[in-house]
Design a protein around this ligand. Sequence first.
Ligand code: AMP
Ligand code: TRP
Length: 327
Amino acid sequence: METYLSGIQPSGLLHIGNYFGAIRQHIQLQQEDGEHFYFIADYHALTSNREPEKLREFVFETAVTYLALGFEPEKACLFRQSDVPEVTEIAWLLASVTGMGLLERAHSFKDKVAQGVKPNVGLFTYPILMAADILAYDSTCVPVGKDQIQHVEMTQDMAGYFNQAYGEVFVRPEIRTPKAEKMQKVPGLDGQKMSKSYGNTIWIFEEGKALKKVINRVVTDSRPPEEPKDPEELFLFDLMALFCDEAEVNDWKDKVRAGGEGAPGYGHLKGVIRHGMEEYFASARERRKELMADRGEVERVLAAGAEKARARATEVRDRAAKASGLS
Ligand code: AMP
Ligand code: TRP
């Protein structure tokens, strides 16, 4: 039986890149037999967040987002990372068998430093806490986006170091990435990868005028509609493909390729994306509104999730502590 586990950082309003690259897969997987643990990585968020109120609000927002998009708490466990403090103990046990070199090779750390972030120790040891998150539940399968693959590989290494020293304590997890390549790199408004740090995101629950405004910001060029164009060069169609079926997308592509009278302008194509997206998330938006008005329900889900997760992590912590000579 598989034990699925994944985490997501509470970084504010989640965008459609987060949805297609991570959340959707998490929600679909809960239909599979096995155990499911999904958590909101608030300890990890502390490496960059200095605003306590915001952090609490982002955690809540992330929980609401999952629940609104179809997460079923009866099937899968949704919880806050910090409700299971045992993971920090496991992280210490892992840190004690892990060489500095492994962490120094982490791309995400090197990228952040290259971007000019002044790193704290927590950011450097981030992969150790992430390994503890995974190993604490005897997870066998970790669904993540491409950008997190190296972190899970490091987890496999750390489990190996520990087991080599102390015997078979941790279960080696396998990685699962989204099947469709296009889901791994949803483009943002400017055509670069959609990312909060680039300011090019589309919020999952955006609607009405605000959605229209944001979709209008999708970058195009000044060629007129009549001019025939290669649709494969237009990332607009990558966005459209998220919400419209293949036949419809191909139909629009054919029209753009042909050009001439009756070919759609960019504004028209943006309208297609907007309608597609509004419809795609319509029921989730309604559900979100209900949940925002019932904070108690969200808190109950998180508390129940934490209880179940903590019981498992405590078992694993005890096993690892005992093996390493702690009493
Ligand atoms: P972040 O908060 O940017 O670390 O994103 C959380 C997760 O969402 C990542 O691990 C990715 O799997 C996924 N993700 C973020 N941005 C995108 C994107 N533009 N396209 C596809 N997946 C994404
Ligand atoms: N690092 C992941 C991200 O930024 C979040 C995360 C933390 C995670 N712990 C995890 C993902 C454990 C999978 C498993 O997206």
